[in-house]
Design a protein around this ligand. Structure first.
Ligand code: SF4
Length: 458
């Protein structure tokens, strides 16, 4: 029995495969959902769903059909699909139902859809499929996800500045293959990360190019996918001369824990002792998650960004958005916008959301007030619908122009203030190897990478 899964980035899906192989599972990640998958999803899902449903459900149906067309026998028996389920207040709670309906209508009535949150009645079904959602399973999954986050973070931090075309892509490919083998064989992850860091040190970059840093946030699927679901936003931003900042999936894990702690606090009047115990357990889990993430970061020279504090995100958002509204990304879209600007992490924030996404539409309603209160931050909300790509991108381009101007101005001002000339930079790049190394962690005083690199010139 082969397990199908997917929906994150290529790095995540690939590393999850390695981790699951160690546990003895035969797994196959689905391809990145494209507009063809969207079309199939629209054909088989109920009307009025949101884009991620159409993309992900369509992707599964498309894959199953392709397998059958290629002559694979017993597709229903030989494969099972595993996904996250929920009963949240937005349409995410309906995904599982849509998956079941779509595969049935597409001619796979006995195909199994399993969710991590299965009730005990369905646990037997899992047993049949040979899957155990136990501690080892979730820990392996979490490690693979964190490693995917960190590799993606380093990729987007360095790709815009590579000197030799595709050298960062080659590093990424190599790093993923090394981590895949490490996870598959259950070897030391830290050791592998140290080797990966050394490999990154060898990649040559030129940081002295003032490029706008653009944070991509928004609805979970839309901000995470690397395909048509967000018009391949991160890659396109690099082509347009920007440095994109993508969100680690680990933020979402911390958000879920944070929400659970708030739930427990609210319920504590019913049974204080129980609530106290649960809160302690959740805090311990959060400390473990953060500790593991930081340990991996440390092995990579601390170059990847640390996870943002959930408390801070909520603190920033709460003036504008009720942090107890838990659909979709909840208050995080607002909180992250403020965080990125206040902490000088980005020149511009793009919020990508699927057409008709309920929570994102709500948070968009307050973003103009946030922009005003931040003194005119550069923020653009983009709705993705599969079509209208040119329209969405032209809106981003307009803001990107302003962001580029801000990055150049910041860089020139920093040069003046620090008394650094272009000749000083040239000499420093020749003499100081770390100034041209992709593995170097830059200090953080300014927003742009170029301005921060100036701090290492003298
Ligand atoms: S967050 Fe938005 S797009 Fe995602 S499931 Fe909920 S309503 Fe749909």
């Amino acid at each position: 029995m082969k397990i199908l899964y997917g929906g994150l980035t290529y790095a995540h899906d690939f590393l999850i495969k390695g981790a699951m192989k160690r546990l003895g599972y035969e797994v196959e990640p689905l391809p990145t959902p494209d507009n063809e998958a969207l079309k199939v999803g629209k054909e088989y899902c109920n009307k009025g769903q949101c884009n991620p449903t159409y993309y992900t459900v369509g992707n599964l149906v498309k894959t199953l059909k392709e397998k059958r067309e290629k002559g694979e026998k017993d597709v229903e028996k030989n494969y099972v699909f595993v996904t996250a389920g929920a009963c949240g207040p937005c349409r995410f709670g309906m995904y599982e139902m849509e998956y079941r309906k779509a595969v049935r209508d597409a001619g796979f009535p006995n195909f199994k859809i399993l969710t991590f949150e299965q009730s005990s009645a369905v646990l037997e079904e899992m047993g049949e499929a040979g899957i155990r959602f136990d501690k080892d399973f979730f820990l392996s999954l979490m490690k693979a996800v964190f490693l995917g986050d960190l590799i993606n973070d380093l990729y987007y931090k360095t790709k815009p500045y590579e000197v030799i075309p595709n050298s960062v892509d080659e590093w990424k490919e190599k790093a993923l293959n090394m981590l895949y083998e490490t996870l598959r064989k259950g070897k030391s992850i830290l050791k592998t990360l140290r080797v990966i860091k050394k490999e990154l040190d060898k990649v040559k970059v030129n940081y002295f190019q003032p490029k706008p840093k653009v944070k991509i946030t928004g609805e979970f699927f839309a901000q995470t996918t690397e395909g048509d679901g967000n018009y391949r936003m991160a890659r396109w931003l690099i082509e347009e001369g920007a440095e994109p900042i993508v969100e680690p999936v680990a933020t979402w894990i911390e958000y879920l824990i944070y929400e659970k702690i708030l739930d427990e606090k609210e319920k504590s009047f019913k049974n204080r002792k129980k609530a106290f115990k649960n809160i302690l357990l959740l805090k311990a889990l959060n400390a473990y998650v953060r500790g593991l993430y930081n340990l991996y970061r440390f092995a990579l020279g601390n170059k990847p960004d640390p996870l943002k504090s959930q408390k801070k995100i909520a603190e920033y958002a709460h003036r504008y958005y009720n942090v107890r509204l838990s659909g979709g990304e909840g208050h995080m879209e607002v909180g992250k916008h403020i965080y990125m600007i206040k902490h000088k992490k980005a020149h511009m924030v793009i919020s990508v959301k699927p057409f008709g996404c309920m929570p994102s539409t709500q948070s968009d309603g307050v973003q103009s007030k946030v922009v005003e209160d931040l003194g005119g931050s550069l923020f653009v909300a983009v709705e993705t619908s599969g079509d209208a790509e040119a329209n969405a991108k032209s809106r981003v381009l307009m803001k990107l122009y302003e962001a580029r101007m801000r990055a150049i101005e910041e860089y020139e001002n920093a040069k003046r203030k620090l008394g650094i000339t272009d000749r000083d930079i040239e000499i420093a790049m020749e003499r100081k190897k770390k100034l041209t190394s992709a593995g170097t962690k830059l200090p953080h005083k300014y927003v742009s990478t170029a301005a921060n690199a100036l701090l290492l010139v003298k």
